[in-house]
Ligand binder design. Structure first.
Ligand code: SF4
Length: 882
């Protein structure tokens, strides 16, 4: 018996609706896009499509644990509550903290904030969303008086110019990217400009790419403002500026020196390209400016946001169909976190500590007199306080700061020093759970029940597909249980997430009178049946807008005291840490197409591990030559804060002097892959968002004396004194290896690493003069494991060998070919996987393009199906066609 349940994807801020066909007897699920969900209309990207592969129980945290041993919920909850109380009593209010996540559902987030800010009485609760979009929050607040995203996804189809700034939308918000691609195909007049130091997959649909110097965005948009003002009316909307804004002259004065030539100099751009962008922006009424982490993750992040908004205010292009600034949110519920005050300076329902009247309002609503008078410690400062011993107890929920925060080695040391570390997570073994005194098993995506809010303010339900695995519980339940034990039973008597949602909705409408943007008071009395049947809707949802609100600011009224939008005078400033002789390159970091955050879930899906299986560093050819790096070799990237090792990809998609590494690898999947260890811990002075896009680094060849790989049916305990990366495949694990020292005997080394069955049949080949060693273990004619070692990194392709693990008994030809690493004559190797949905590799694509004369992605799709499901690989298919 199967059952169809509508829910929401747990990964990025696009917030796609998912149609899950659940088989409870098998604990399995078939995943499709929800055709009626307005965020995706049935589309899903590769990550969303693979959700069904991530719901298994392997690796789950299923019971509470105290110092490594299993414990009952009662013992664990009593310990957490009593230790927090004892810490507060001994060290004072500021000695405890919570660090949350944009993965939490809104109900979880609400009670965590209520507990800390309303009842424990300090505001030391921050979230990994600080790393994602706090500069957008701060920019919105400065310009609009509230953290409001003005537009909606429907504007993509109405725009005539879409400017993508610091956003690899194709990989980070793939369904929005597909929607923009479709809009461009339907409307050839729609122009796309990509502003990014890297030439990313997003440039696949760009009419113009501006590879600006890292961190120079404020100069570019100051220059645009200056240019627009120079054109005068009607490009500049004097009526809108006069009636609905303040500060135009000051903003213009700050931008006065930035003529075209100056912009080209500051941004290291071709002046003709800058002029083209300015002309298009000036001449197009329906302009959308979409921005993401390349804007936010910067020491000038808030200024970048406001420099972009300034240009929309100057032209009056806001609040109307097809136009406006639009922040693409990273996480599935970063917006829900903002609604409940997830950041340390915020209060619930879009109020904050800067306004005593709002503190009073929330205190009266919660019936507490314990709300602090000021905000708490933002993420980077919070972990510094833990390191310094000022915060003695921390509760981390659904996030992995030992990997993701800047200066991650210091974060690790901070938790090692901390007297009491509690971690709630659905995964047992992460770099952060390894440091916890108490582990609390939280329910995972397929078990949780609540709401999330996407980038366009749309609230959607995330619904349980299965009951909680093992003894896992919902985060809201865990938090309420601790709160009750701390003496706050009345305020945390919730028995179901709908009760929390009602209170959250009621607070949003409490004494609001239209003064606060976030208002979902229409749901203050929602019944359980209506909550269960909840349809996706964009806030505000209140008596005036019972069906939600697609766009705000159409009336030119903003949430500032004067009800006018504020221009912000921007003075461009360079990033805080600049390259020097010791660290001559700029490190940029970001996401990959098929992985999410620290891989705790996406790495469980073998098809998602095929696209980019190993940590890599993208280096411009000139820098590769300068630093003696060859393609596919290993390099050590070092900053003042730490180092990592990654596979070199030489590419002119980088500008000289810049390198890029992905953000995902952890200590669970790679020996030296944590990019957070390198990243400088400087933050934006206003938003406190860390600078993840600009760390000075140096790069050198990794002095490996041997390279190799192992494919094994069993997961192996690879020793950690050399470079290793673990990749889960379909019925095998792949280990990429390299080392600086040779073992005494490769044969003995292989016996130890593979730990095979004594009954296994071995094939072996060794040439000690060249350093080559190859061995395979077969059980009953099936391939069990295989190892290749060489003194160089020019080893056979892995793809054909990996396909042998899903086969039954090997044929005599395959057994003969095994140690050559190449398929027998007449058998094709698919090559590196490009299309994860249909497992189509680069070799297959190249061959079909050549032999069948394929000219377009559509022809490739018809021939091989590649690119016809989620479309995430279309940029790569187009590159191969090119
Ligand atoms: Fe999930 Fe992909 Fe949609 Fe993002 S774009 S919500 S990752 S399916």
């Amino acid at each position: 018996m199967t059952k169809t349940i509508l829910t929401t994807c747990p990964y990025c801020g696009v917030g796609c609706g998912v149609n899950a066909v659940v088989d409870h007897s098998q604990r399995s699920v078939n995943i499709q896009g929800d055709k009626n969900h307005p965020a995706n209309f049935g589309r899903l990207c590769s990550k969303g499509s693979a959700l069904g592969e991530t719901i298994g129980l392997k690796g789950r945290l299923l019971e509470p644990r105290i110092n490594g041993r299993e414990a009952s919920w009662k013992e664990a909850l009593d310990l957490v509550a009593n230790t927090l109380l004892a810490t507060l009593k001994q060290y004072g209010k500021d000695s405890v903290a919570i660090y949350g996540s944009g993965q939490l559902l809104t109900a979880d987030y609400y009670v965590a904030n209520k507990l800390m800010k309303g009842f424990i009485g300090n505001a030391n609760i921050d979230t990994n969303s600080r790393l994602c979009m706090s500069s957008s929050v701060a920019g919105h607040k400065r310009a609009f008086g509230a953290d409001t995203v003005p537009g909606c996804y429907g504007d993509f189809e109405l725009a005539d110019l879409i400017v993508l700034i610091g956003s690899n939308t194709a990989w980070c918000h793939p369904v929005s990217f597909q929607r923009i691609r479709a809009a461009k195909e339907a409307n050839p007049q729609l122009k796309i400009v990509v502003i990014d130091p890297r030439r990313t997959a997003t440039c696949d649909i760009a009419d113009l790419h501006l590879p600006l110097a890292a961190g120079s965005d404020t100069s570019l948009f100051n220059g645009l403002l200056h240019y627009l003002a120079g054109l005068g009316q009607p490009t500049v909307n004097a009526e809108f500026i006069g009636q609905h804004t303040e500060g135009f002259n000051a903003a213009l004065a700050a931008a006065s020196g930035t003529d075209l030539g100056q912009v080209a100099t500051d941004c290291l751009l071709d002046p003709t390209a800058v002029q083209q962008f300015f002309e298009w922006f000036a001449a197009t009424d329906k302009v959308m400016s979409l921005y993401s982490q390349g804007v936010n993750q910067s020491t000038a992040g808030t200024d970048k946001v406001n420099a972009i908004i300034n240009c929309h205010l100057a032209t009056g292009r806001i609040g109307k169909p097809g136009m406006g600034p639009f922040s693409l949110t990273g996480q599935p519920n970063a917006m829900g976190g903002r609604e409940v005050g997830g950041l340390a300076h915020q209060l619930a329902a879009h109020m904050d500590f800067s306004n005593p009247a709002e503190i009073d309002l929330v205190a009266r609503f919660w019936h507490t007199d314990n709300i602090p008078s000021q905000g708490g410690l933002p993420a980077v400062v919070l972990f510094d306080a833990i390191y310094d011993g000022k915060v003695k107890a921390v509760w981390i929920m659904g996030t992995n700061p030992v990997v993701s925060l800047p200066d991650a080695n210091k974060v690790k040391q901070a938790l090692q020093r901390c007297e009491f570390v509690v971690v709630s997570d659905c995964i047992a073994d992460t770099d952060t759970t390894a440091l916890a005194h108490v582990l609390l098993p939280a329910q995972g995506w397929s078990e949780k029940n609540g709401t999330v809010t996407n980038s366009e303010r749309r609230i959607s339900r995330q619904r349980s597909l299965f009951g909680g695995a093992g003894n896992a519980r919902p985060d809201w339940w865990i938090i309420c249980q601790v709160a009750r034990r701390m003496g706050f039973a009345k305020a945390f008597a919730f028995a179901h997430p709908v009760e929390i949602f009602r209170e959250h909705a009621a607070l949003s409408g409490f004494e609001n009178h239209g003064q606060r943007d976030f208002d979902i008071s229409a749901f203050a009395d929602i019944s359980l049946a209506d909550y269960d049947a909840f349809q996706p809707v964009q806030w505000p949802v209140n008596a005036a807008h019972p069906k939600g609100t697609a766009r705000l600011f159409a009336d030119g009224q903003f949430f500032t005291a004067s009800q006018k939008a504020q221009f912000i005078a921007i003075t461009p400033r360079p990033p805080v840490n600049l390259p020097d002789a010791d660290y001559p390159l700029i490190l940029n970091t970001g996401r990959l197409r098929d992985q999410w955050h620290t891989m705790t879930r996406t790495a469980l899906a073998s098809k998602l591990n095929q696209h980019k299986p190993e940590p890599f560093v993208e280096v411009h050819p000139a820098d590769a030559q300068r630093f003696g790096l060859t393609p596919n070799s290993l390099a050590v990237i070092a900053s003042h804060w730490g180092e990592m090792i990654a596979r070199v990809q030489v590419t002119d998609s980088q500008i000289p002097g810049n390198v890029f590494v992905p953000m995902h690898w952890t200590g669970q999947y790679a020996s030296h892959g944590r990019m957070g260890a390198l990243v400088n811990p400087v933050v934006d002075p206003i938003s406190k968002q860390p600078e993840c896009k600009h760390t000075p680094v140096r790069i050198n060849s990794y002095p490996a004396v041997w390279h190799g790989f192992i494919l094994s049916r069993q997961e192996l305990a690879i020793s950690s004194d050399h470079y290793w990366v673990k990749i889960k495949g379909d019925q095998f694990y792949r280990y990429e290896l390299a080392g600086e020292h040779l073992p005494d005997s490769w044969q003995a080394w292989a016996q130890t690493q593979l730990a095979g069955d004594p009954q296994a049949h071995w094939q072996e080949y060794q040439d000690s003069s060249t350093g080559n060693y190859r061995a395979a273990q077969l059980m009953d004619g099936h391939l069990d494991s295989i190892v290749f070692i060489a003194s160089h990194n020019n080893l056979p392709e892995r793809n054909w060998l990996t396909t042998l693990f899903v086969k039954g008994e090997l044929s005599p030809q395959e057994r003969l070919a095994l140690l050559t690493g190449k398929p027998p004559l007449g058998v094709a190797d698919v090559g590196a996987i490009v299309c994860a949905c249909f497992n189509v590799g680069e070799t297959t694509l190249r061959s079909a393009i050549q032999t069948q004369g394929l000219k377009t992605p559509q022809e490739v799709g018809l021939c091989l199906k590649a690119g016809t499901n989620c479309g995430s690989c279309l940029p790569e298919i187009k590159a191969l066609l090119g």
